[in-house]
Design a protein around this ligand. Structure first.
Ligand code: NOJ
Length: 556
């Protein structure tokens, strides 16, 4: 495998709306991010991914872009962005942007023109189709509920395609002139100095032009559009290769794909030296939830699920490239809440989970607030949620016979808003995020659970993350953690995550105990403990003992 600049680095995702507000409007912004660069640098972060910062009506919080070459005024200006790039560079932090090109916003100039003349040039950048027998062209269900087709205003029987909200029309990637426009835009940002992109919903690019639909998978007679996406995955590859050749390749950009449901046949084409992208997120632990017909079928996950899913990926990818392990992002609930029962959602569990996560092979992405051990925010009513998906799923719960109370409970487990509530900086009003009431509810525990309190507590989750990142980059071990092989250990033990990383005969092993009782590691082979999350975990007479909810990194 060829060495690349991003190998051995640690990445961090910022959700700009919720990171830090500098101008007191209750919404995070670029100057806010600039003011926290030292925090990121102290944590040991090398790469920052910013969720979309472009102008947008914010129907889907910025994943509906109305101008690809500017900055949303709520976030600042292009000059602010250039300042962010240069101040980040001073701290050896690279910035990657979110590339959302499966769809744009219905407020984008191109789409507005397309609506005026669907058979004109701009119309050919989107999908317009006539209805069939008085219905939509097919029966696919959009990711956010309802049909993927929306009637074109002023036309009786003409629809446009949107896999996400109706305000997010899908681009027609079969049109080479549209593709050219996208490549120009990507090169515009690369030319400014961004180090790469996280690439949104990219596997959805290809559509079957006959729009055949699929057998219904729920009582609404529709079928989830991701099933069509998965069926067409292979056909996406030539388009992705072209995108890469015209853009990313020219400056060795880091590209991280958001790709769900990737089959074993397609996976090798997506990443690695010859792949369409540098790497992709490991969503294996979330994949079962992608396949659910709706939140109404929600079930609780477990730490065993996290282990089994991640281990399966680790074994699969190690010969061909790197994947990005994650615990959270802006589309997911908080990991402590997702994998653990209430009483277990503690700083101890967070530190053990962080240890189990941090040394997996690949480029780890930490999501803002994860490093504090944030749990889900408690929402008292539907009105407190912001996400359009939460609102749709709530209604779906009711229509499937769940009580309003249960529907709210499920949103409190599963909603994307848990990853979007404001970052907790200190114990002042609005958690130090803003001087104004924030756009989304602040976590109930912010008085005690915040970055300032944790910075001065040597046993905090934040300080554990700092140490773990430093250990990952420690020159004695960095090559092993970066390039070493992955070997699962004790994988049939309940609530234990253990593995070994080995390079050129040198190894490090990670052991994490998520049981409520002490765990003695059978034949750990450990000679020295280089890091432990608990003073009660370590070697006793040659036996490695792990206190409840604790983890160790060991040298054999
Ligand atoms: C995936 C993004 O992560 C999510 O937040 C967004 O709603 C969809 N793609 C649509 O862009």
């Amino acid at each position: 495998m060829e060495k690349n600049w991003w190998h051995g680095k640690v990445a961090y995702q910022i959700y700009p709306r919720s990171f830090k507000d500098s101008n007191g409007d209750g919404i995070g912004d670029l100057k806010g991010i600039i003011s926290k660069l030292d925090y990121l640098s102290d944590l040991g972060i090398d790469i920052v991914w910013l969720s979309p910062i472009y102008p947008s009506p914010f129907v889907d919080n910025g994943y509906d872009i109305s101008d690809y070459r500017n900055i949303a005024s709520v976030f600042g200006t292009l000059d602010d962005f250039k300042e962010l790039l240069s101040k980040a560079r001073e701290r050896n932090i690279s910035i990657i942007l979110d590339l959302v090109v499966n769809h744009c916003s219905s407020e984008h100039e191109l789409f507005k023109k397309a609506l005026q003349d669907p058979s004109g040039e701009e119309g050919s950048y989107f999908y317009f189709e006539k209805g069939r027998d008085g219905h939509e062209p097919d029966n696919l269900r959009s990711y956010f509920g309802g049909s993927v087709w929306e009637k074109v205003p002023g036309h009786d029987d003409l629809y446009y395609l949107h896999y996400f909200a109706k305000e997010q029309p899908d681009f027609n990637w079969t049109n080479p002139r549209l593709r050219e426009k996208v490549y120009d835009m990507v090169n515009f940002w690369l030319g400014m100095g961004v180090a790469g992109f996280r690439i949104d919903a990219i596997m959805n690019l290809v559509k079957d032009p006959s729009f055949p639909g699929l057998p219904p998978d729920d009582t609404d007679g529709r079928c989830a559009c991701n099933k069509m996406t998965n069926a067409l995955l292979g056909k996406t590859i030539p388009l992705l290769k072209e995108l890469k050749a015209h853009t990313f390749d020219k400056c060795n950009a880091l590209t991280v794909a958001e790709a769900f449901g990737v089959s074993d046949e397609v996976l090798p084409m997506l990443y690695g030296d010859e792949g369409c992208f540098s790497t992709l997120f490991d969503f294996a632990a979330r994949q079962p939830y992608e396949l659910l017909p709706g939140y109404y079928a929600f079930f609780k996950s477990t730490v065993n699920n996290y282990r089994d899913a991640n281990f399966a990926t680790q074994k699969k990818v190690q010969d061909s490239g790197f994947i990005c392990p994650i615990l959270e992002n802006h589309d997911e609930p908080r990991s402590l809440s997702f994998y653990f029962e209430k009483g277990e959602q503690t700083p101890e569990t967070a530190k053990a989970l962080a240890t189990a996560f941090m040394f997996l092979r690949g480029l780890p992405f930490i999501f803002q607030g994860q490093e504090l051990g944030m749990t889900n925010t408690h929402f008292d009513s539907l009105e407190e949620f912001d996400d359009l998906l939460a609102k749709d799923e709530y209604q779906k719960c009711l229509s499937h016979g769940l009580s309003a109370e249960r529907a709210l409970q499920i949103l409190n487990e599963q909603s994307r808003d848990h990853g979007r509530t404001p970052m907790l900086w200190d114990d002042s009003e609005n958690a130090g995020f803003s001087s104004h009431r924030p756009w989304l509810k602040v976590h109930q525990d912010y008085k005690a659970l915040n970055a300032r309190a944790q910075a001065s507590d040597p046993c905090s989750v934040l300080n554990a993350y700092r140490r773990l990142i430093a250990l990952r980059k420690d020159e004695r071990f960095a090559r092993i953690f970066t390039y070493g092989t992955f070997e699962a250990l004790l994988e049939h033990e309940d609530r234990i995550i253990a593995y070994k990383r080995t390079l050129e005969g040198r190894s490090l092993a990670v052991f994490a105990n998520f049981r409520a009782s002490e765990y003695q590691v059978p034949q750990s082979g450990a000679r020295e403990v280089v890091y432990a999350t608990s003073p009660r975990s370590g070697l006793v007479d040659g036996t490695l003992k792990l206190a409840p909810y604790s983890a160790c990194v060991c040298l054999p």
